[in-house]
Design a protein around this ligand. Structure first.
Ligand code: HAM
Length: 420
């Protein structure tokens, strides 16, 4: 017997209803914000991710699914959506003749070789948005407000917003040098993982699950010491706007995000629900250099992505997924094998007229009633041994238990059936 690969999911029955419910709500909200959908390829050149996410990040270094295709090209299953969307924006010159910011949303499946646990999979789904060609410092406020209103519109209460300011690349490089010097003094107290990161990616030591809790890591040099007046001012303005819009936040100086393309403001919405033990539901921020680094013009971008599986866990923990009852208008049932074709024809004709219906063939009445209950049928159309000759069927309203005899053709004149 075959089994699905570790860290992947089959999504069916209630789980697919939850998934579709959440995706529909997210699409609806994206429309309210005037974003346009984009679908990019499931795999891209490996270099796109190495260059943009960063060779030394965990995502590229440890988690990317890469392979050589039959044409000897190095490709990778996308570990995130931003790099591909930006590649498409640049390749298709979507910035041409456009003064306005291009706003895209996506729902994509993504792949990361991570250790699977609740809310962490090797194939998972994200709803993401990107503002490309951003020309206003206010876009970051719009972006955070957008992310916040998604959680609000879905009714979620148990979450916190964390923000930080990373400055530009030069600022970050200076800070990274500081951190390298500082952590090298504590080599004996760091985990093996952190020692490996010390030279290449010391930022990850700050949010390491084990080392991040240690006092000397909490007291490590802060980025703010390197921020210039303009950056400090911009960060203050963002905070003032959030406060005046009534959005609660915490400044978290250890929030560095796991992708190298970010600069300036970054943010995360973290679940405070026990079910998700403080995991991040939404992550995002600004990427001023990404469009240029992908070969496009010097335009800024920003965005965020929501982990759909984590969002579903958070919504369920607060009982916020209420699926509408799915009704089948008519179940066409034949008790006699000679009438099967007639029952099938009636059901097909109903569907062709836009009425949802199903059919069942069995000589056991009890089975028919059980199936009608299971699929939430409103009516049963009983086709019996006389129907073919008499042209008559019995229609039973399952709410009132009322039964009516009808001419077969009269079924299609019933209320709600389109006869155009
Ligand atoms: P990220 O923080 O890597 O950002 O991922 C965003 C969200 O995807 C996370 O907060 C989490 O909810 C979900 N997620 C990440 N990894 C997994 C996993 N292995 N299993 C389940 N869910 C997961 C990005 O991907 C950026 N591209 C976001 C962005 C868009 N920034 C700007 N624009």
């Amino acid at each position: 017997m075959f089994q699905k690969p570790r860290g992947t999911n089959d999504i069916y029955l209630e789980a697919i209803d939850d998934f579709n419910y959440v995706c529909e709500r997210l699409k609806y909200i994206a429309n309210l914000y005037n974003f346009h959908q984009i679908i990019t390829p499931t795999f891209e050149s490996l270099d796109l991710f190495i260059k943009n996410i960063g060779e030394q990040t965990d995502i590229v270094h440890k988690e990317v699914y890469s392979f050589k295709d039959k044409g000897d090209r190095w490709l990778a299953l996308r570990p995130e959506g931003t790099a591909g969307v930006v590649r498409s924006y640049v390749e298709n010159k979507l910035y041409a003749n456009q003064n306005e910011v291009s706003k895209f949303w996506y729902i994509l499946n993504l792949f990361r070789y991570e250790r699977p646990q609740k809310g962490r999979n090797r194939e998972f789904y994200q709803f993401g948005v990107e503002y490309l060609g951003s020309n206003s410092k206010l876009d970051i406020i719009d972006c955070i407000v957008f992310a916040n209103s998604i959680l609000k519109l879905l009714g979620l209460k148990n979450y916190e917003l964390k923000i930080n300011y990373l400055g530009d690349k030069e600022t970050r490089d200076k800070w990274i040098d500081d951190l390298k010097q500082y952590f090298s003094k504590f080599k004996d107290d760091l985990t093996k993982d952190s020692i490996n990161r010390l030279d290449k990616n010391p930022l990850r030591i700050l949010d390491d699950k084990i080392d991040g809790e240690k006092d000397f890591v909490k007291n490590a040099p802060k980025l703010t010491a390197h921020l210039d007046d303009q950056s400090l001012n911009d960060f203050k303005t963002i905070q003032n706007h959030l406060t005046s819009l009534g959005i609660q936040y915490q400044v978290d100086e250890s929030l560095v995000r796991g992708l190298d393309y970010y600069n300036n403001c970054v943010f995360e919405f973290v679940s405070t629900n026990d079910e998700l033990s403080k995991s991040t539901i939404i992550g995002g921020g600004c990427y001023d250099e990404l469009i240029k680094n992908t070969g496009g013009p010097d335009l800024k971008g920003l965005g965020f992505a929501i982990g759909i599986e984590r969002l579903i866990i958070a919504l369920k923990a607060e009982s916020l997924i209420t699926l509408p009852n799915k009704n089948i208008e008519y179940l066409v049932a034949s008790l006699n094998s000679e009438d099967d074709l007639l029952a099938f024809a009636i059901s097909t004709k109903l569907k062709n007229k836009g009425v949802n219906s199903d059919y069942i063939y069995t000589n056991k009445k009890q089975k028919i009633n059980k199936y009608a209950y299971l699929i939430n049928a409103k009516n049963i159309i009983w086709v019996d041994e006389n129907s073919n000759t008499s042209n008559k069927i019995l229609i039973e309203d399952l709410a009132s238990n009322e039964k009516k005899e009808l001419n077969i053709n009269d079924i299609f004149n019933l209320k709600g059936i389109n006869n155009e």
